[in-house]
Design a protein around this ligand. Structure first.
Ligand SMILES: *[C@@H]1O[C@H](CO)[C@@H](O)[C@H](O)[C@H]1NC(C)=O
Ligand SMILES: *[C@@H]1O[C@H](CO)[C@@H](O)[C@H](O)[C@H]1NC(C)=O
Ligand SMILES: *[C@@H]1O[C@H](CO)[C@@H](O)[C@H](O)[C@H]1NC(C)=O
Ligand SMILES: *[C@@H]1O[C@H](CO)[C@@H](O)[C@H](O)[C@H]1NC(C)=O
Ligand SMILES: *[C@@H]1O[C@H](CO)[C@@H](O)[C@H](O)[C@H]1NC(C)=O
Ligand SMILES: *[C@@H]1O[C@H](CO)[C@@H](O)[C@H](O)[C@H]1NC(C)=O
Ligand SMILES: CC(=O)N[C@H]1CO[C@H](CO)[C@@H](O)[C@@H]1O
Length: 275
């Protein structure tokens, strides 16, 4: 009996755990599921706002509209529109144009999740949804009252630099992958070589290759490779990979090279040892 109660409890806890994605909020036959917790994101990358809604049987959704306003404002207004699937509507704020996309483009599936790309601190705020469509074949719409708060922080994620084992005289390829899986602007990736006591310089024999990989329809991974011939002089030097996103947002990772090489004995030393 005790075991049975305990199992029931566990399942109950797990059920409420699912409300991390939010519980539906219903009003006048329209329900929306939004994150109840603040969504945090990093500048330069992107943010996904998970969202879904249901409507009465008689309402046919055609377009979704997203607003963004100050959390202190009781109601977002028309001047706060940041996205509208109805392209004929030109009220969207210019700063958001081209940066917002629906993850599921088919509005009839009632999935209103959006991705906002190339974000900056000013994208922090309270996001609200409206759905426009037909109620019994007449135009109608509904603005949901729940809002999701997004908070954009400074970029702290670093690029990932992969180095194969390096051997003197052999050609090696290093790779640097930018943080974030977004669909915004391509970042710029640059490599810098920091030799001991020398000024920063670009890598000699700079064979760099920029690659963009689409993982899904909306997420892309950006990486750059650097191919060079390892030499003993590279041992102990540092290589940095810097990733620059739009709005001058940058992040950098530095690695120290470890080159396997045959130690060359100077002729004087050779004589000493030989003698
Ligand atoms: C928006 O569209 C309306 C009608 O389509 C047009 O009259 C108006 O000039 C447009 N405004 C802007 C800023 O493009
Ligand atoms: C909405 O669509 C996105 C992208 O296809 C998907 O990841 C997400 O799970 C969907 N959400 C719901 C509630 O179906
Ligand atoms: C390489 O980087 C390490 C730590 O990142 C630093 O301690 C070292 O001084 C650097 N070496 C050179 C040659 O810049
Ligand atoms: C690396 O070494 C190979 C063979 O010595 C040579 O053909 C190639 O041009 C070198 N590449 C660079 C980037 O120096
Ligand atoms: C990636 O892009 C290529 C061409 O742009 C496309 O054919 C392919 O379907 C895309 N893959 C995914 C998973 O979206
Ligand atoms: C980015 O930074 C560089 C140098 O720090 C500066 O010259 C340039 O104007 C900046 N660009 C923007 C868009 O802020
Ligand atoms: C100097 C050098 O090796 N340059 C190379 C840089 O990378 C491009 C693309 O792989 C090569 O075509 C160049 O020869």
């Amino acid at each position: 009996m005790f075991v049975l109660i305990w199992t029931t409890l566990l399942f109950t806890v797990r059920d409420t755990g699912a409300s991390l994605e939010g519980t539906p909020f219903c009003e006048k036959g329209f329900c929306i599921t939004l994150s109840e917790e603040e969504i945090t994101a990093e500048a330069g990358l992107c943010v996904v706002i998970p969202c879904s809604f249901t409507t009465s049987y008689y309402f046919r959704p055609q377009h979704v509209v997203w607003y963004k306003c100050e959390p202190s404002k009781t109601k977002c207004t028309d001047s706060d529109i940041i996205f509208n699937t109805n392209k004929n509507n030109n009220k969207t704020q210019s700063g958001f144009r081209g940066r917002v996309s629906l993850l599921e483009p088919d509005v009839s599936r009632r999935n209103c999740s959006i991705m906002v790309n190339d974000i900056t601190e000013s994208d922090s705020g309270s996001y609200q949804l409206r759905v426009n469509g037909l109620l019994n074949e007449r135009t109608d719409g509904f603005r949901f009252s729940p809002r999701t708060t997004v908070s954009v922080k400074d970029l702290t994620q670093k690029p990932t630099v992969m180095i194969p084992p390096l051997t003197e005289g052999q050609q090696s390829t290093l790779s640097c992958t930018a943080p974030g899986l977004c669909s915004g602007s391509d970042p710029e990736i640059t490599w810098t070589w920091r030799g001991a006591g020398e000024k920063d310089s670009h890598i000699p024999g700079n064979i760099t290759d920029f690659r963009t990989e689409n993982l899904t329809a909306v997420t892309w991974r950006h990486s750059s490779t650097l191919t060079f011939n390892s030499s003993a002089e590279h041992h102990g030097t540092n290589i940095s990979c810097k990733v620059s996103f739009t709005n001058n947002i940058t992040t950098e990772e530095t690695v120290t090279l470890n080159v396997a090489y045959v130690r060359k004995l100077k002729s004087r030393e050779y004589k000493c040892e030989g003698g």
